[in-house]
Ligand binder design. Structure first.
Ligand SMILES: [Zn+2]
Ligand SMILES: [Zn+2]
Length: 387
């Protein structure tokens, strides 16, 4: 399934900026929990600040699966997909930062103007909900339709489970053309989430200890980032032996499999008797968050990223927390994608962020199989590719 092919080398020469209607093949979610159905959709005219992107590849992220199962309120029918990468085909009249032919990674939507956006943490944009989860533009218009039916697009400002997508010029991040474009989409969410939690939030010093719970793409990105920053030891925790092996290959110095021990906390503490400096929860369950806190030294910092639904109560030991321990919730790795994705790409070029080892590719018409493989845990990061 692994696809070693490099970037799509051909840049479109046809100026399609004003060709209408623009028809794309899209994977449409019509019923909660149902399979995605492959359909043709018609894309709207670009707004002034939007770009049209021909998708080369798009990652499947846990949040897409959560939304398909109804854990995120999104009106249906809708097109999911929020780790798209592709080639800019056309730009709106007010777009000055991109031109047709540019290679881009699509990331989450943000307004660029509110206090948090201008403070370089656009993941907490005042308009994050409307720009990413509502399935329409801020003015209420939809970007996709077929026949008389409106189809909700604009999922994470892109809806890239489709051969073409409309994004805002802000959340289309230009990347160099010599990279494997089909595989780059996960930089837009999963990879920056895990790596950003370490590099932007924990900010470990060389020699700090790091423990990561959950060896999906997010957790493994955190392991790679921890290694790149010189963390030691780096302890990977997961119930899947194959994923622990991957973690070891990517920089984990120790692995713990909770199915093979009665006491995960004790096992981890054997490797860091004074407690762990930084722990990361990429699972989201109460049990894992408690463990991620219990292994901390004093002081210590636990970052939780795992999404378990919009309302998810947990219980923790406040007395334990008081000893200089912190619990932080983080989305999108606190990253400003405009600056952080280039940082990660440079790490990849330097051989310190081999993200492609997490990826298995599937043709677009097997997108439901890609999702099933992700749910089963057979594949760490499925990427659906277009030929
Ligand atoms: Zn904003
Ligand atoms: Zn995501």
């Amino acid at each position: 399934m692994n696809n070693e092919k490099g970037a799509a080398s051909s840049v479109p020469t046809l100026d399609v900026a004003n060709v209408t209607p623009r028809i794309a093949r899209a994977a449409v979610l019509r019923t909660e929990g149902g399979p995605l159905s492959l359909e043709e959709v018609v894309l709207a005219e670009l707004a002034d600040d939007e770009v049209l992107v021909r998708i080369a590849g798009v990652g499947v992220c846990h949040t897409d699966i959560s939304a398909a199962e109804g854990l995120v309120p999104l009106p249906l029918p809708a097109v999911l997909g929020h780790e798209g990468a592709g080639v800019v085909e056309a730009v709106g009249t007010a777009v000055s930062n991109l031109v047709p032919g540019d290679h881009v990674v699509l990331t989450f939507g943000f307004c660029g103007e509110c206090d948090t956006c201008t403070d370089k943490t656009p993941a907490y944009c005042d308009l994050f909900g409307p720009l990413n989860y509502f399935g329409e533009r801020l003015d209420g218009s939809v970007t996709l339709r077929f026949g008389g039916e409106e189809i909700h697009g604009n999922w994470f400002g892109q809806s890239s489970f489709a051969s073409m997508a409309i994004a805002n010029s802000r959340n289309a991040i230009r990347v160099p053309k010599d990279l494997p474009l089909q595989l780059l989409g996960p930089f837009g969410c999963g990879l920056q989430t895990g790596a950003g939690a370490v590099m932007n939030v924990m900010r470990p010093s060389t020699g700090d200890s790091l423990a990561v719970f959950g060896m999906g793409a997010v957790g493994l990105a955190a392991v790679m980032a921890g290694k790149a920053l010189g963390c030691a030891p780096i302890i990977a925790i997961d119930i899947n032996e194959a994923r622990l092996e991957t973690a070891r290959a990517l920089g984990a110095t120790h692995c713990v499999n909770p199915t093979q021990t009665d006491d995960v906390v004790w096992e981890v503490m054997q490797m860091a008797p004074k407690g762990i400096d930084h722990s990361l929860d990429a699972v989201g369950s109460n049990a894992v968050i408690r463990q991620a806190l219990e292994i901390l030294g004093s002081p210590g910092h636990c970052v939780t990223l795992g999404f378990e639904g919009m309302e998810h109560d947990i219980t923790i030991d406040q007395g334990h927390l008081l000893l200089g321990r912190r619990l932080s919730g983080v989305i999108e790795g606190d990253a400003d994608p405009r600056t952080f994705i280039p940082v990660l790409i440079q790490l990849y070029r330097d051989g310190k962020f081999p993200f492609d080892r997490l990826i298995a590719t599937f043709p677009f018409n097997q997108i439901n199989e890609a999702i099933a493989a992700s749910k089963r845990g057979d594949v760490i990061k499925p990427v659906v590719v277009f030929e």
